[in-house]
Design a protein around this ligand. Structure first.
Ligand SMILES: Nc1ncnc2c1ncn2[C@@H]1O[C@H](COP(=O)(O)OP(=O)(O)OP(=O)(O)O)[C@@H](O)[C@H]1O
Length: 263
């Protein structure tokens, strides 16, 4: 479904953020991207939808090489990739419903998007999605009246209403408390399973990734250092990815928290 071939990114500053990355993600697979700060996780996610322009290599979404597309064709292909952001990227003064519907802007014509008149089928779908994530009652609230977890749910609905083939998720829980983080990760993974949707989730919390995904890819210095199931992430492997950090302690801390929450 998604295939990266020898993907390279060197920023104008000379930083080599990605070094010949090869990666295949089949339909329906949720993959967590881990690695230390500066490893290239955000760059990888952003090179896929060309928010960051790759230096060389290919990004195939199905049969289409996204790196070869002109701006019009790229805009169309971007509809197939929903993005979820760390800071939610909502329009604060608009309502929850308006924020969700903004995910359809790539589909409706200029005039409709200018006047924000969306087809009834889009409004119906927005209500269905808000209901699914438990925010139906919030549809008319302004985005700035919501908690962090609620905002991220709106961000998830906005990505899903695009009807994407792939979700690109950049640190979805970095601004949330541990319990809300787990709820959001669970929700993203459940929705992907329901829709047979592939996702790449850039996540710095290894324990959280291990709880929810089937596959983990570890980046170090812009290259893939590990690619396997979460239970293969032994302390040795984590040290290979991150360097000398006490990962066992980090993981135990999160497990303790879980017990406290469920106790
Ligand atoms: N716009 C930019 N211009 C120059 N260098 C950049 C730019 N963005 C990222 N880099 C560099 O590219 C490398 C990879 O950065 P990237 O943000 O992709 O890493 P990351 O793994 O997402 O890190 P973090 O977990 O801290 O967000 C780093 O060395 C970073 O300094």
């Amino acid at each position: 479904m998604l295939r990266l071939v020898e993907l390279d990114k060197t920023y104008p500053t000379g930083d080599k953020a990605l070094k010949s990355v090869d990666l295949e993600v089949p339909q329906g697979q949720v993959l967590a991207l881990i690695g230390p700060s500066g490893a290239g996780k955000s760059t990888l996610i952003r090179c896929i939808n060309r928010l960051v322009e790759p230096t060389s290599g290919s990004v195939f979404l199905g049969d289409v090489d996204l790196t070869k597309l002109g701006s019009g064709a790229l805009r169309r292909e971007r509809r197939r990739m929903g993005m979820i952001f760390q800071e939610y990227a909502l329009v604060e003064r608009l309502t929850v419903m308006e924020n969700v519907l903004s995910g359809r802007l790539g589909y409706v014509g200029f005039w409709r998007s200018f006047t924000r008149r969306f087809p009834q089928s889009d409004v119906d779908e927005a209500f269905r999605l808000l209901d699914r994530v438990g925010l139906l009652e919030m549809a008319d609230k302004r985005a700035d009246e919501l908690s962090g977890g609620q905002r991220q749910r709106v961000g998830i609905c906005r990505a899903l209403i695009q009807n994407p083939a792939l979700l690109l998720v950049d640190e979805p829980t970095a601004s949330l408390d541990p319990k809300t983080s787990r709820q959001i990760m669970r929700l993203i993974c459940e929705l992907c399973a329901e829709r047979d949707l592939a996702a790449i989730i850039n996540i710095h919390d290894v324990a959280l990734a291990q709880m929810f995904v089937q596959r983990v890819v570890g980046l170090r210095f812009g290259a893939i250092e590990f690619d396997g199931p979460p239970d293969a992430l032994t302390p040795d492997v984590l040290t290979r990815i991150y360097g000398e950090e006490d990962w066992e302690a980090t993981i135990e801390k999160v497990e303790d928290e879980d017990e406290m929450v469920t106790a």
